[in-house]
Design a protein around this ligand. Structure first.
Ligand SMILES: *[C@@H]1O[C@H](CO)[C@@H](O)[C@H](O)[C@H]1NC(C)=O
Ligand SMILES: *[C@@H]1O[C@H](CO)[C@@H](O)[C@H](O)[C@H]1NC(C)=O
Ligand SMILES: *[C@@H]1O[C@H](CO)[C@@H](O)[C@H](O)[C@H]1NC(C)=O
Length: 322
């Protein structure tokens, strides 16, 4: 008995000393070390018209910051209306980009201009073997579709405030994104109304299928319908670590306005976490970093206080910028 316990202990000790699967060298090809301190850039956008809490001309909804922080990353706000040089410098310092939801022009806004700059930098970096993920939520999803096709191919749908179950495509199972999700989360996503939809524009399956650029670039992982038009609710790029959800995983844990489409069930919060965790796991593959700890400190979102906008606000708290 005692000998067996000792044998077991020595096996456990050996396991503990074994290199991690994602590995340091020996036989792992040139798989790089994962970055244990990932930093995500979240892009600001022009203020919502008539925002009486606004200070300055642009904002980031705090829910996106919490969403990323809750999965083990820190956030650097990316301000709009900055120079290409400045964006280039930020790009080489961060490990991923999040394009949030909101309500700006996808072709003319300063948000769209900055998104384009980062999208192009990310394409170039990934082409050169420098892994850099992008995540787009709602407006961010739509912005990615405009950047890839170079056209506005969105159509109006009746999806302004509704929670839906995802209709997974056959490709979801083998996708990078969903293959990392636990079974019960996939089951909840497929069967329960836990994905919050708050959008008037959608990328229909029809327009996606008719556009060669979109079709070649993205793999559709889930769709939904407003009863009339089938639209894409989740997609990932085939050759790039770019991901897009038309729904709002960040709302379930972090937004509390009472309206149809908001869901706070344990399953919804759990699903939310796995989307953020997946994105952050992608960012861990990036080795970008700030040139000094001081520069990193100065760039982090902690330097800005969020503003509480009240319980009836669509965003409970916002960060505002000049
Ligand atoms: C963008 O920056 C320019 C130059 O600093 C400034 O004149 C302009 O007002 C800014 N636009 C916005 C919308 O902030
Ligand atoms: C397809 O895109 C066009 C814009 O080019 C848009 O007017 C139209 O509503 C879209 N149709 C569908 C079914 O998505
Ligand atoms: C639940 O999802 C279905 C679509 O599968 C939709 O028709 C229905 O409106 C949703 N119900 C709620 C309460 O959001």
């Amino acid at each position: 008995m005692c000998r067996r316990v000792l044998a077991l202990l020595s096996v456990l000790a050996a396991l503990r000393c074994a290199p991690a699967a994602s590995g340091d060298g020996a036989g792992a090809g040139d798989a790089p070390q994962l970055n244990p301190r990932p930093v995500i850039g979240v892009l600001a956008q022009e203020n919502l018209p008539g925002d009486r809490f606004a200070r300055g001309s642009s904002y980031i909804a705090a829910c996106y910051v919490k969403y990323v922080e809750g999965a083990g990353a820190r956030v650097v706000p990316i301000r709009i209306n900055r120079t290409e040089e400045e964006y280039s410098k930020i790009f080489s310092s961060i490990n991923g980009l999040l394009l949030p939801g909101g309500d700006v022009d996808l072709q003319k806004s300063l948000f769209s201009r900055a998104a384009k700059t980062f999208y192009e930098l990310a394409m170039k970096a990934n082409d050169a073997g420098d892994y850099f993920p992008i995540w787009g939520t709602c407006q961010g999803f739509q912005q990615l579709s405009v950047l890839t096709s170079n056209r506005h191919l969105l159509t109006l749908t009746d999806t302004r405030a509704v929670a839906l179950p995802l209709k997974f495509t056959a490709e979801a199972q083998s996708s990078r994104m969903f293959s990392s999700f636990p079974r019960d989360v996939m089951q909840s996503l497929a069967q329960e109304n836990i994905t919050s939809n708050f959008h008037k524009w959608s990328l229909s399956m029809q327009n996606y299928s008719r556009n060669a650029k979109l079709r070649r670039f993205y793999r559709v992982l889930s769709t939904n319908s407003d009863g009339k038009k089938e639209f894409i609710s989740t997609m990932e790029a085939v050759r790039y670590p770019f991901y897009a959800v038309q729904w709002h995983p960040e709302k379930s844990p972090f937004e509390w306005i009472q309206k149809p489409g908001m869901v706070h069930s344990a399953a919804a919060v759990r699903a939310s976490f796995y989307t953020a965790s997946f994105f952050v796991s992608e960012a861990r593959k990036s080795q970008h970093r700030f040139s000094s700890p001081e520069e990193e400190d100065a760039a982090l979102i902690y330097n800005f206080p969020p503003v509480y906008r009240g319980r009836d606000a669509i965003f409970l708290q916002n960060y505002y910028f000049d």
